[in-house]
Design a protein around this ligand. Structure first.
Ligand code: HEC
Length: 129
């Protein structure tokens, strides 16, 4: 079910075609969400940045992404990487919400970097058929 090749250390994970297309579309929305979050941070709109993170990437996005359907095709490590992303996005949402009072831009950017690191970690380890 899952294997890697000599020239590409990433583990290949097989998804049914429809689920693969759906997952990649979600991924493109993840990237769009990151761009929107950065834009809102730059404007000092911490509340908006927080809401985008929670709804599109955080624990609240699990139903939206059909995470339950997809998870059954993922090796354990990939599931864990997905959970790490949702958790870190919800943590960012809390930091950014606090920043709407404290104005802590640095803390928000650092929390956002931790979200991006979870994208990088999963991409380094897995690809999908
Ligand atoms: C649980 C694993 C996982 C996480 C977490 C993850 N991705 Fe992905 N993403 C993948 C896989 C697997 C692919 C397909 C790569 C391949 O087959 O070469 C992918 C592909 C993509 C693509 C390409 C979509 C396309 O149309 O080809 C984008 C953009 C992307 N991810 C953005 C993100 C962003 C931004 C994040 C973090 C907010 C993220 N991903 C988090 C696993 C993940």
């Amino acid at each position: 079910m899952a294997h890697s090749q000599a020239d590409d250390p990433r583990v290949m994970v097989r998804f049914p075609d429809m689920l693969r297309a759906h997952t990649l579309a979600n991924m493109r929305d993840h990237l769009l969400a990151l761009a929107e979050i950065q834009d809102q941070l730059a404007r000092g709109a911490f509340d908006k940045a927080s809401d985008i993170a929670e709804q599109r990437l955080g624990m609240s996005s699990l139903g939206l992404h059909g995470a339950h359907d997809v998870a059954q095709f993922m090796p354990q490590g990939m599931q864990a990487a997905g959970t790490a992303m949702h958790r870190s996005a919800s943590q960012f949402a809390i930091v950014a919400k606090d920043a709407s009072v404290t104005g802590d831009l640095k803390g928000s950017v650092a929390a956002l970097a931790r979200v991006t690191q979870t994208c990088v970690a999963c991409h380094a380890a897995y690809r999908i058929q």
